[in-house]
Design a protein around this ligand. Structure first.
Ligand code: GRF
Length: 229
């Protein structure tokens, strides 16, 4: 039986598989009241993942739904049950290292967002920072995007960029994308989503980026540079 709703504010879940630094940035924003929404639960598919401990430290329910040795459909059905039980409306993927099936995505009635360490649609998929470093890009960044059935192909909600320093190395670039861009834009993206939901208009106007290499953001207001306040 789902528990009764305690508020009409949208309820979110964070799903992650690892260290949980984006989850921490999000939890801080939920906790300090800068988001007109509730964080209902943090779920990980990996036993011992630090994200679960971080959730506990912030006082949010932390649930392990292990995916190892479980068929995808069964694992997703357990995830769905936990989300429904917590009256979750929207899902934030934060380092969730398991693809959600097209069926799960199509049937989830709310929004699903993900954060990816590149300026999408460039450099989707794994090892995106390494690929950017190898390609010698001068500007790198991260994107928060709506999740569709492709790999990092859904419409971008908010992206952020930094200038690459020639001597920082791949690890240095990865660290700066994480701390200077991702941790800033993910809470901002959730705020932007909530504002758009409150206005009742479209959440995005952009088609999936899968076949469009030209559009990185759907509106000028959705690009963020690190030197903005
Ligand atoms: C981040 O780089 C995110 O962009 C990617 O996975 C990483 C997760 O890091 N999807 P963390 O667990 O949030 O620290």
């Amino acid at each position: 039986m789902p528990s009764p709703r305690h508020s009409q504010r949208p309820r979110f879940a964070i799903l992650g598989s690892g260290r949980g630094s984006n989850a921490v940035a999000l939890m801080q924003a939920f906790r300090d009241g800068s988001l007109a929404a509730e964080l209902a639960v943090v779920i990980s598919n990996v036993s011992g993942a630090p994200i679960l401990q971080r959730a506990g430290e912030y006082g949010y329910p932390a649930v392990l739904i292990e995916s190892a040795n479980l068929p995808r459909a069964e694992h997703e059905s357990r995830i769905r049950a936990a989300l429904v039980q917590q009256n979750v409306d929207h899902i934030l993927l934060a380092g969730y290292m398991r693809l959600l099936s097209a069926d799960f995505i199509a049937r989830w009635p709310g929004v699903i967002l993900n954060i990816h360490p590149s300026l999408l649609p460039d450099f989707p998929g794994l090892a995106a920072v390494a690929a950017q470093w190898r390609a010698g890009v001068r500007v790198a960044g991260a994107s928060v995007h709506f999740v569709d059935a492709g790999i990092d192909t859904g419409p971008v909600l908010l992206s952020g960029s930094i200038d690459v320093c020639g001597d920082e190395g791949e690890a240095g670039l990865a660290q700066r994308i994480l701390t200077e861009v991702e941790h800033t834009i993910y809470p901002r993206a959730v705020r932007l989503l909530l504002e758009r939901m409150a206005r009742g208009g479209p959440l995005h106007t952009q088609a999936s980026t899968r076949s469009s290499a030209s559009a990185t953001t759907d509106a000028p207001a959705t690009a963020y540079r690190k030197d903005e306040t």
